[in-house]
Design a protein around this ligand. Structure first.
Ligand SMILES: [Zn+2]
Ligand SMILES: [Zn+2]
Length: 730
């Protein structure tokens, strides 16, 4: 604004207050008009303009333009997400004449680290991890010049005064060119732990089956897909089908991992994403990545952590925790303030939907369609995120991980305090899931300190997250399909039709409940769920079925006893588990090594070119509740599998049948309530095949359909829904 006003010879001032940025300009009418126009047209790439409001004032005779100092506490604190390197900086880095030629920490006001280096607000260099680097004269001159691209670029640095990288191998620093040495280790099949923007990556050559296999063995990660980094868009096109939307997202400022269809003749090692027809790809987003990778390179770039622990951010822990997982460690001395994992989005139907909202997105403010008391929402258990809100804004945290170990719980607690401090919001209420065993809920009570704790139902929070993201608060027919959520009746819900809005809901329908023998054991071994489905819905255990064969005689005996006696068995209406069961029945997947594997593999093989009618669920009205009975589906899957039908055809019929069932239930609810807005949320709706079919079916039936575009459909979006519910309940 200073640059623009000065350029147009306007007088006045600019500052921040609790609403946003205010500016007053005075001068020739044409110049003032030009200012208003160029303010938006030439907004810096890193800016986010929600709204511009203007008023005409009487001239007061100002003759210069000044930047007003913000009063502490008077302004809304915003923190920028981390930004990918801009074209100007990239060009400078590649210019042998430039003083930052090949400098891995080049940045400017349009690019570079932000959230990952900010310790305190307001955002000044002294409150970032760059505080320990004193700028040299040349950097200082850029930093102080309002017309320089590095004016007030807090992480500004150069080879003379800034951070540096070095490579450690077997505990010793490798002499010479650390970039070249890293490349050569990766080229020869090794793995290097690379310190990045928001944490470490483990990197190896994604084309080398041996390298990928070795990384899997070291990480103890059997089958969960790895994301890859492709050197450039052309290289990405060799491994994935990159449509226009995906290309835009890949190169957007957030530079997330984009999950796309894998190319059938992809040069990637099969072990990168076994059993998947999709591949998660990202492009280099830091100067260091650009120095490391050359066109044609595709590297596995997976979070640098031991299985299920948070991503490593410190040099010291890299040796401890990543030493055994890697052949060398490429380190640098710009400290990372907090872990910020790569974001993941899925591309489908001409748009994208987030799967993990983290680097590049967190902690952008989210404008709410309602007013919130100062509140902190603690999310769920898996894919944990938190959200803090006050007035009409919410801030979602970065991805924290699955709350299953002490390290993740530590990060969770730190993040809660972090959000409160950074955004200067003192929560008056805490919001959590009702699940009595969620560690996030336990944390909320342990840290309530006299404040109110509001418990909200899991699937209601899913639907609320969808409403909040679309800034709607009207009655909706919400389909919340996921793996597990604590129901109001003590059973495990997960196939829910909730009719309501932000102040309450009614369970209008659900998938018919069935037994989950052994609880978590059934989740790990989908054939157990398959056998339970057969038993519950009256289909014999035919040994010709892959699911029955997978159980073995002894386990079948135990299962039969468990299901009949209800011993160590929970009842569930989970669609996620139904997917597991069908995947097993069709012979696709019998045991899983990561969450959702059976469903993901079932989706991957869906083949709509084969003949086969959609399966038909029976929808039964039981005392006013619509129960979706899968008996005909389970029967058909078993019968067709025994008859030798292709699993791809079974998968297609199942997906189409489920989409039709959603439509039929929606129509029935519309008939009785008059509501014609339908919403899809919950982890099951990360399934792009299902979302597309369901949206098509609902749209054809005349529904206005809401799907997630901003927060994940999975539990990573729960915290936003919790904020929305807390603002409307009590
Ligand atoms: Zn830049
Ligand atoms: Zn310098």
């Amino acid at each position: 604004m200073y640059g623009l006003a000065t350029d147009l010879e306007l007088a006045g001032f600019v500052g921040n207050d609790s609403i946003g940025v205010f500016v007053e300009v005075e001068g020739a009418t044409t110049a003032v008009e030009a200012f208003a126009r160029r303010l938006v047209a030439e907004a810096p790439p890193a800016s986010l303009i929600d709204e511009v409001a203007s008023t005409v004032l009487e001239p007061i005779g100002s003759y210069d333009f000044v930047i007003l100092t913000s009063q502490p506490g008077s302004s809304t604190t915003l923190v920028s997400p981390d930004l990918d390197i801009c074209d100007d900086c990239l060009a400078e880095m590649n210019d042998p004449q430039n003083r930052r030629h090949r400098y891995p920490f080049i940045n400017c006001t349009n690019c570079g680290p932000r959230f990952s280096i900010i310790a305190e607000t307001p955002y000044d260099r002294s409150s970032t991890t760059m505080a320990e680097f004193a700028m040299c004269t040349m950097c200082e001159a850029e930093y102080s010049d309002p017309f320089d691209r590095r004016f007030h670029a807090q992480p500004n640095a150069c080879p003379t005064c800034g951070p540096e990288v070095w490579l450690v191998r077997d505990g010793a620093v490798v002499e010479g060119d650390s970039i070249a040495a890293t490349r050569s280790i990766i080229a020869s099949g090794g793995t290097v732990a690379i310190k990045g923007l928001g944490g470490f990556h483990l990197a190896c050559d994604a084309r080398s089956p041996a390298a990928v296999r070795q990384l899997r063995d070291r990480k103890g990660r059997a089958a969960k897909p790895f994301a890859v980094m492709a050197a450039d868009l052309a290289t990405a096109r060799e491994i994935a089908t990159v449509d226009e939307t995906s290309a835009d997202v890949l190169t957007s400022q957030a530079h997330p991992i984009v999950v796309m269809s894998a190319r059938p003749a992809s040069p990637l090692a099969d072990a990168v994403a076994p059993g998947n027809k999709t591949i998660g790809v990202m492009l280099p987003y830091t100067p260091l990545h650009h120095l490391l990778m050359e066109s044609g390179d595709v590297w596995v770039m997976t979070s640098g952590n031991r299985s299920s622990e948070p991503i490593v951010i410190e040099n010291d822990s890299a040796a401890d925790r990543l030493g055994e997982l890697s052949d060398a460690q490429l380190l640098h001395n710009r400290s990372i303030q907090r872990p910020v994992d790569d974001s993941v989005v899925r591309s489908y139907g001409g748009g994208v939907s987030p799967i993990r909202r983290s680097r590049g997105f967190a902690p952008y403010p989210m404008r709410l369609g309602f007013e919130s008391r100062p509140a902190l929402a603690v999310g769920g258990e898996l894919k944990a995120t938190l959200a803090i809100a006050a007035r009409s804004q919410a801030f979602m945290s970065q991805h924290i991980g699955d709350m299953e170990n002490v390290e993740t719980l530590d990060t969770f607690a730190t993040t809660a305090n972090d959000l409160s401090r950074l955004f200067r919001i003192d929560p008056e209420v805490l919001v959590c899931d009702r699940h009595p065993r969620y560690l996030s809920r336990e944390w909320a009570y342990a840290n309530a300190d006299g404040r109110t704790v509001i418990e909200v139902q899991h699937h209601h929070a899913h639907i609320a997250s969808l409403l909040a993201e679309h800034r709607r608060n009207e009655p909706v027919i919400g389909f919340a399909f996921d793996g597990t959520g604590y129901g109001l009746d003590g059973t495990i819900w997960g196939g829910e039709v909730l009719v309501g809005r932000l102040n309450g809901f009614e369970r209008a329908g659900h998938l018919a409940a069935f037994e989950l023998p052994g609880g978590d054991a059934a989740v790990a071994r989908p054939y157990r769920t398959a056998l339970s489905l057969l038993r519950r819905f009256g289909v014999p255990w035919d040994i010709g079925l892959p699911a029955v064969a997978a159980a073995g005689t002894t386990e079948r005996g135990v299962l039969a006893h468990q299901i009949e006696s209800g011993l160590n068995t929970v009842l569930t209406s989970s669609v996620g588990r139904l997917f597991d069961g069908v995947s097993s029945l069709a012979g696709v997947c019998q045991t899983v090594s990561y969450e959702g594997q059976a469903a993901i593999e079932l989706e991957a093989i869906a083949d709509f070119s084969m003949p086969g009618a959609p399966y038909e669920f029976a929808v039964v009205d039981v005392d006013g509740t619509l129960v979706v009975d899968p008996t005909p589906v389970v029967t058909a899957v078993a019968r067709e599998t025994l008859a030798g039908a292709a699993p791809g055809a079974i998968s297609a019929s199942f997906h189409r049948g489920l989409a039709n069932a959603v439509r039929d239930v929606a129509v029935a609810v519309r008939d009785s309530t008059g509501i014609s807005v339908a919403g899809l949320s919950g982890g099951v709706f990360q399934n792009a095949v299902l979302v597309e079919l369901t949206v098509d079916a609902l749209t054809a039936a005349g529904f206005d359909v809401l799907t997630h575009r901003y927060v994940p459909a999975n539990d990573g979006g729960l915290a936003l829904g919790q904020i929305a519910l807390a603002a409307h309940i009590a």
